[in-house]
Design a protein around this ligand. Structure first.
Ligand code: UDX
Length: 432
C-alpha cells in the first residue's frame, strides 16, 4: 500500500519505518527540512534502539522515503497517517491540537482521489469529528474517510512494540476503510496481534484510558512501596504476589521515581480536560496526578534524610537522568524536579547519562555532566541510580570510588540488599 506519515517524531518515524519493513511504500513528511535532510542520510533525530538500521535497510530498498513536500506525498498516497505532536497547552491541562488541525487543512488542499486519513497522534475524544469537519468544508465526503488508530509504542521498545503489539485498535464504522486498514496490519495480525474495530470516538478514548490506567497502576505500587518502607516489607514480593493474579497482571508494577515521559503526564492531564468538558469527574485520575507530582518531593526528602539533612557541599551523583532507560528523552523526567531542588540546598551534583549531556541542567548551579560512570561517581557522598540502564547493573562501586564511605540510593531496585550487605555498601532502595 502507499502510505504517507505526516510528522517524523516518535510515532510517525517508528510507524513509518515499520510499515515499510512489512512491505509498504512509505513517504515520511516533515516541515523541518533539516530533519528530512538528515533522515535521508540515515541521521536519526531520536535515540531508539534498532531504528537506524531499519531506516537504512528500508531506505536502501526504496520502500521508505523522506520529504518536506507534503502536497506531493499526500497526492500519491492512499492512506495518510497524522502523527504530529499534541503537547499540553501552555499553562493549561488540555492538549494543543493546532498541529492536528493544520495537518488536516494541508491534507484537504491535496485530496485528488479517495484518501483514508488516519489519526495516530494521541488526541482527545471528538478530534476525529473535528478533522472530518475541517476537510468536509471543501471536499466531498465520498472522497475521504477519517479513522483513528492509536499507537501504544513505548520509547526504547518501540520497534518491538510495533511488530508484536498486544492489540491493534481501528476506529471507524466504514466497512471499506476497516477492511483496508485490517489488510494493512495483516502481517502483524497473522503473528498474533489482536485486532479490534470500534467507533472512532471509542478508539480515541481507548488510548487515553489505557495510559491513565497504566499511570494509575504505577502510582498505586509507588504508594504501596511507601507503606512497605515503614513496615520493612519488600515491595517486589507484593508486586509478584499481586501480579500472579491474572486479573491484575504483573507488568507496570515496578515501584520507582515518579513516572514521566512524553505520554503519561500529558495524557492524564488531557483526559481530565476532556472529562471536564463533558461534565464528568475523573476523581481517581486527579489523585494519580497529584500523587505522582508529590512523589519527586517525597524522594527528594528521602535524599535529605539519607544525608542527615546536611546537603551543603555534599557531593551527589545521578546515574541516568532521562525518564527511563533506552531513551534520550528528558520530558517530565523526575530528575528535572529533584536535581534543581538539591542544588538549591547547596549540594554539588555530577551526573552521567549514556545519552550524553542535557540542556535542562546547563544553567543550574553546581550541576556538572561527567562523561563516564567512574568520573561521575568517584568522590561522591551519595550515588543515586535514577534510571535502569543496563550500564548501571553491575558496577563495582568499591573499585571505582575514591570515597569509600559513600551511600547508594537505588531508585530502581537494580541491586539486591544481600549483595550490598556483602559488599559493605550503605544501601537504600525503594519499598524495601
Ligand atoms: C507509554 C506507554 O507505555 C505507551 O503504550 C504509550 O504509547 C506511550 O506512553 P513510554 O512513555 O515510552 O510509553 O514509557 P513506559 O515504559 O510506559 O514508562 C513510562 C513511565 O512509567 C516511566 O517513567 C517509567 O519509568 C515508569 N514506570 C513504568 C514505572 O515507574 N514502573 C513500571 O512498572 C513501568
Amino acid at each position: 500500500m502507499k502510505l504517507c506519515m505526516i510528522g517524523t517524531g516518535y510515532v510517525g518515524l517508528v510507524s513509518g519505518v515499520c510499515f515499510a519493513d512489512i512491505g509498504n511504500d512509505v513517504i515520511c513528511v516533515d516541515k523541518d527540512v533539516n530533519k528530512i535532510n538528515n533522515l535521508k542520510k540515515s541521521i536519526i533525530p531520536i535515540y531508539e534502539p534498532g531504528l537506524e538500521e531499519l531506516v537504512k535497510k528500508n531506505y536502501k530498498a526504496g520502500r521508505l522515503s523522506f520529504t518536506s513536500d507534503l502536497s506531493k506525498a499526500v497526492k500519491c498516497s492512499n492512506i495518510i497517517f497524522i502523527c504530529v505532536g499534541t503537547p499540553t497547552k501552555k499553562n493549561k491541562i488540555g492538549a494543543d491540537l493546532s498541529q492536528i488541525f493544520s495537518a488536516a487543512r494541508d491534507i484537504r488542499k491535496n485530496i485528488n482521489s479517495f484518501k483514508i486519513i488516519v489519526n495516530k497522534s494521541t488526541v482527545p475524544v471528538t478530534t476525529g469529528d473535528e478533522v472530518e469537519k475541517i476537510i468536509s468544508k471543501k471536499i466531498k465526503k465520498k472522497l475521504f474517510s477519517v479513522a483513528s488508530n492509536p499507537e501504544f509504542l513505548r520509547e526504547g521498545e518501540a520497534i518491538r512494540d510495533f511488530i508484536y503489539p498486544d492489540r491493534i485498535v481501528i476506529g471507524t464504522t466504514e466497512k471499506k476503510v476497516s477492511k483496508i486498514l485490517k489488510q494493512l496490519y495483516s502481517p502483524l495480525i497473522s503473528k498474533g496481534a489482536k485486532y479490534l474495530n470500534t467507533t472512532r470516538r471509542s478508539a480515541e478514548l481507548i488510548k487515553y484510558a489505557s495510559n491513565a490506567f497504566l499511570a494509575t497502576k504505577i502510582t498505586y505500587i509507588n504508594e504501596i512501596a511507601n507503606m512497605c518502607e515503614k513496615l520493612k516489607i519488600n515491595v517486589e514480593d507484593i508486586s509478584i504476589g499481586m501480579g500472579l493474579d491474572n486479573r491484575i497482571g504483573g507488568r507496570f508494577l515496578r515501584a520507582g521515581p515518579a513516572y514521566g515521559g512524553s505520554c503519561f503526564p500529558k495524557d492524564t492531564r488531557a483526559i481530565l480536560d476532556t472529562a471536564s468538558k463533558f461534565k464528568t469527574n475523573l476523581s481517581l485520575i486527579k489523585s494519580v496526578i497529584k500523587s505522582n507530582e508529590n512523589r519527586s518531593k517525597l524522594l527528594t526528602n528521602r535524599i535529605f534524610k539519607i544525608l542527615n539533612n546536611k546537603l551543603k557541599n555534599k557531593r551527589i551523583c545521578f546515574l541516568g537522568v532521562t525518564f527511563k532507560a533506552n531513551t534520550d528523552d528528558m520530558r517530565e523526567s523526575s530528575s528535572i524536579q529533584m536535581i534543581p531542588s538539591l542544588s538549591k540546598k547547596g549540594a554539588l551534583i555530577n551526573y552521567y547519562d549514556p545519552t550524553g549531556e542535557k540542556k535542562e541542567f546547563k544553567n543550574i548551579k553546581n550541576v556538572k555532566y561527567k562523561s563516564s560512570i567512574k568520573s561521575a561517581c568517584f568522590s561522591s557522598d551519595l550515588i543515586i541510580i535514577h534510571t535502569e540502564w543496563n550500564d548501571f547493573k553491575s558496577i563495582n562501586f568499591k573499585k571505582i570510588m575514591k570515597n569509600k564511605n559513600f551511600k547508594l540510593f537505588d531508585m530502581r531496585n537494580i541491586y539486591s540488599h544481600e549483595k550490598m550487605i556483602k559488599d559493605k555498601i550503605n544501601y537504600f532502595s525503594i519499598g524495601r
